[in-house]
Design a protein. Structure first.
Length: 435
């Protein structure tokens, strides 16, 4: 699509409160919706409840992974029993707090149904396709000098602490390669060649040359500036407070800083999307999953590229003079409170894989909420209201899915044949399932 194409939705009155599209959410999901919609010729206003790239956003403190790695959905085979996996333990990599909340219980039942080989394979096919398309979009976008410095593509090392973990991963390499991920086993001495300064205490490693990442929040801030130069209006510190719905469509959108009368509304507000959609009478099958990151001084023996601590379900990325470690998932509601016990567990895991990093000074500890569907596949498409679409549920791989998700939103609003198949992403796909 080019900026010369007609706008995908009816024009408003020309007033800035009447844009063609209002995007609710200024994280990476919402910004890529705005990017593609603006390229298609629409006038776009983005509403962000805090500062763009601020700590309230999940785009602030994550590891920023993009590329072909990490396309497996969270709902993996063998994860159907929370108790047998230790997920009810506060020390588990993925902790689920027991609760009688009906929406959470329904989500967990649907999650269990998705933990089958067939469902996981279908989810992987959808996610890897989106990740590949997203990488193509990012490579084009990051040719811009203002953004180029925030994009890194040095490959990723997958480190395995245990012999059986490494053996299982090695046996799966051929299947992974056949599915489009260029993974290979590192032979003797190859890890030392890739990371000569870093001392590992592991049994083996794999390597994916397609591993890439975005430096956040720097990417989000610079991308926002690019969008403003394109003509997108970004309103920060603007909270959605409600909708006026008339005859099956949103007539007006209310915020703490004025009202809007848009042609279309896109909800891409991360973990807050459920609440936003509920204001319009639309239900979304999402749960907020909290993730942590610890940003520390880059130690002399720190890695020069991303490293996944596989059995520990943690990852680290180098950010110049900083090293960021991400991991530890919690399904405990909308709380972003930081558990020092969980943070200590993260640092302990790092020391087990990379002993020289055990005593590095911490600069910042952060937690953010990822909007997750039961099957790990996003919700992208139209809802029960004629002019309300959603781009939500990217989970823990949002940076790697948002570019393709935003493109799909623009294709849906324009009535064009989409590059990404929208069928497995339908927002109402869980509605008819009796869980």
């Amino acid at each position: 699509m080019t900026s010369e194409q007609a706008a995908p939705v009816p024009k408003g009155t020309g007033d800035r409160s009447d844009p063609d599209v209002v995007v609710v959410g200024g994280g990476v999901a919402g910004l890529f919706c705005a990017y593609h919609l603006r390229r298609a010729g629409a006038s776009v206003t983005v509403l962000e409840r805090g500062a763009l790239g601020g700590p309230q956003s999940c785009s602030y403190g994550n590891t920023g992974f993009v590329g072909t790695h990490g396309a497996a959905p969270l709902a993996e085979p063998g994860m159907r029993s929370l108790r047998s996996l230790g997920m009810l333990s506060a020390d588990a990599p993925f902790y689920v707090k027991p609760s009688a909340d009906r929406e959470l219980l329904r989500w967990l039942r649907l999650f269990g149904r998705a933990c089958t080989p067939a469902a996981a394979a279908a989810g992987f096919r959808t996610l890897i396709g989106m990740k590949k398309r997203s990488l193509e979009i990012l490579l084009e976008l990051c040719e811009s000098p203002s953004i180029a410095a925030t994009f890194e593509s040095p490959g990723i090392v997958l480190a395995y602490k245990t012999a059986h973990g490494f053996a299982d991963a090695s046996r799966a390499v051929s299947r992974t390669v056949a599915n489009g991920v260029p993974l290979r086993v590192l032979g003797p001495g190859e890890l030392e060649e890739l990371e000569p300064k870093t001392r590992f205490d592991i049994r083996g490693a794999l390597y994916n040359p397609d591993g890439a990442y975005l430096q956040v929040p720097e990417f989000v801030v610079e991308f926002g500036q690019v969008l403003r130069e394109m003509g997108v209006e970004i309103r920060e510190h603007t909270d959605l407070t409600g909708f006026e719905v008339t005859a099956g469509a949103i007539e007006r959108l209310h915020t703490n800083r004025g009202d809007f009368h848009p042609g279309e509304v896109v909800v891409a507000a991360g973990a807050w999307s459920t609440e936003c959609a509920r204001m319009a009478g639309v239900g979304l099958t999402l749960q907020p999953i909290k993730g942590y990151s610890v940003t520390m001084d880059m130690p002399p023996g720190g890695p020069s590229r991303p490293v996944l601590l596989s059995e520990g379900r943690m990852a680290m990325v180098p950010l110049g003079d900083r090293l960021r470690i991400g991991g530890r998932l919690e399904l405990i509601g909308m709380s972003t409170a930081i558990s020092e016990r969980r943070v200590r567990g993260m640092l302990r895991t790092v020391g087990e894989y990379l002993p020289d990093l055990a005593e590095t000074r911490t600069r910042e500890t952060w937690s953010g909420l990822r909007p997750c569907t039961p099957d790990g596949v996003p919700l992208i498409g139209r809802t029960g209201l004629r002019n309300l679409v959603v781009a939500v549920g990217y989970g823990h791989i949002g940076m790697g899915l948002a570019p393709a998700g935003g493109e799909l939103i623009s294709h849906i609003l324009a009535g064009q044949d989409p590059t990404t198949d929208p069928t497995p992403l339908q927002p109402d796909r869980f509605d008819s399932i009796i869980s």
